[in-house]
Design a binder for this molecule. Structure first.
Ligand code: PMP
Length: 407
């Protein structure tokens, strides 16, 4: 069966809007994705019908809100392939998930002589929290190199793994280049030296079928807004044993079992990590996004997105002066490039006038961009609703850029 992208597009109301007198071509999905009606409806239904604070309430609305919130946790557990809903902690997004693990799991367990291993491919949110822990504890941050295609140098990664490695944190998919890392092998190698592994799944969740149990990672974190869900919500998956041994990070309501001035006992996982009133509507919206994605034929989605990346790459290379940044053998979702003689910021501004939304800059991954001797790129990033006709629009807009710059 073919993939009916026009059918999919009808699920996303924003795709009908105009930008000036042009129809919108949205190619900034790696920054944030658009939301299907199912997500918008779930949020509206919650606020118009069941809004109440969750847990412990005995009245009808509170029971409904609690069921919807905990139901969403179950949906996310199934979405990532967790063994149980107790392994899913609601957080604000990937950034908060990584910081939670850095401060609550890693910080108390490392000191001078210990090492934390990341790669050169990481988003700033998977670099800075580890620099902070290194500064706080005296542990050393090690960085595995990348090659000229934008793939992690696996020899170097293995060389850096040792008895001193206490923790490994890696992107599943790079946001700046689209590289899919061979994480299953990397997790196994890290485990051989006894190091737990966190995967930053922000860019993987919208493109790959996830299975944290099969991957055997210790932690996995995603942002709702990149997987067609709302902003301000995401999840941290943690193996139950890891979450059990991890102390809470924020204190407050919801995360306790009992409080006296002499002694406070904590709630069970995952509630001990969810202090205060959570983003209830966000969690429900994210649950709807997970349901939406799970209702699709995933092999067809992947084939469609792979075709978009392949065709965009070919078409871009037909334009004189284009250099593709990031040519990994395994890629998804992203085509980053430079156009000789034009600053990416100018490219982005001019194509916007043609209704085409792309992102320009260092994409919160400055070391990656430095690696290619650049300060910025233009990035077209694709979602399941993008079409080959939209690639035509991007190429036409870039021809316009070349004309304006008299290239
Ligand atoms: N990691 C990667 C690979 C990302 O692409 C992003 C978002 N650009 C993040 C982490 C941070 O996600 P958030 O801003 O949603 O916390």
């Amino acid at each position: 069966m073919g993939y009916d992208v026009n059918q999919i597009r009808r699920d996303f109301p924003i795709l009908e809007r105009q930008v000036g007198d042009k129809s919108l071509v949205y190619l900034d999905n790696a920054a944030t994705s658009q939301k299907p009606r199912a997500v918008l409806d779930a949020i509206e239904r919650y606020y118009t019908h069941s809004n109440a604070n969750i847990h412990r309430g005995v009245h009808r609305l509170s029971v409904e809100a609690t069921q919807a919130y905990e139901g969403a946790r179950q949906k996310l557990a199934s979405f990532v392939g967790a063994d149980s809903a107790e392994e899913v902690v609601f957080v604000r997004g990937t950034t908060e998930g990584i910081n939670l693990v850095a401060q609550a799991y890693v910080r108390p367990r490392v000191g001078p002589g210990d090492e934390i291993l990341i790669s050169h491919l990481e988003h700033h949110s998977n670099i800075v929290p580890w620099q902070m822990v290194a500064r706080q504890t005296g542990a050393r941050l090690r960085v595995a190199r990348i090659n000229e295609r934008g793939e992690i140098d696996l020899e170097h990664f293995r060389e850096l793994l040792s008895e001193s490695t206490r923790f490994v944190a890696l992107a599943h998919v790079s946001n700046a280049l689209g590289t899919i890392n061979p994480v299953a092998d990397m997790i196994q190698w890290a485990h051989e030296v006894g190091a737990p592994v966190l995967l930053d799944g922000a860019q993987a969740a919208p493109h790959l079928e996830l299975d944290v149990s099969r991957l055997d990672c210790d932690f996995y974190t995603v942002s709702g807004h990149k997987m067609y869900g709302p902003t301000g919500i995401g999840i941290l998956y943690g193996k139950r044993a890891r979450l059990e041994e991890m102390d809470p990070w924020e204190g407050g309501g919801e995360m306790i079992r009992s409080v006296t001035f002499e002694e406070t006992t904590y709630n069970e996982v995952p509630h001990k990590f969810e202090a205060g009133t959570p983003n209830i509507a966000g969690a429900i919206g994210l649950g709807a996004a997970a349901d939406y994605l799970r209702s699709l034929d995933w092999a067809a989605v992947t084939a469609h997105e792979d075709e978009l990346v392949e065709v965009a790459t070919q078409r871009l290379l037909e334009l004189p002066g284009v250099r593709i940044i990031g040519t990994a053998a395994q890629k998804t979702g992203v085509v980053a490039f430079t156009l000789n003689g034009v600053h990416p910021h100018d490219v982005g501004t001019i194509v916007d006038q043609e209704g085409v939304a792309v992102r320009t800059g260092h994409h919160c991954a400055q070391p990656v961009i430095d690696h290619f001797g650049l300060s910025a790129t233009t990035r077209a990033s694709f979602g399941l609703y993008n079409t080959l006709a939209e690639i035509d629009r991007l190429i036409a807009a870039l021809r316009q850029v070349r004309k304006i710059f008299e290239l």
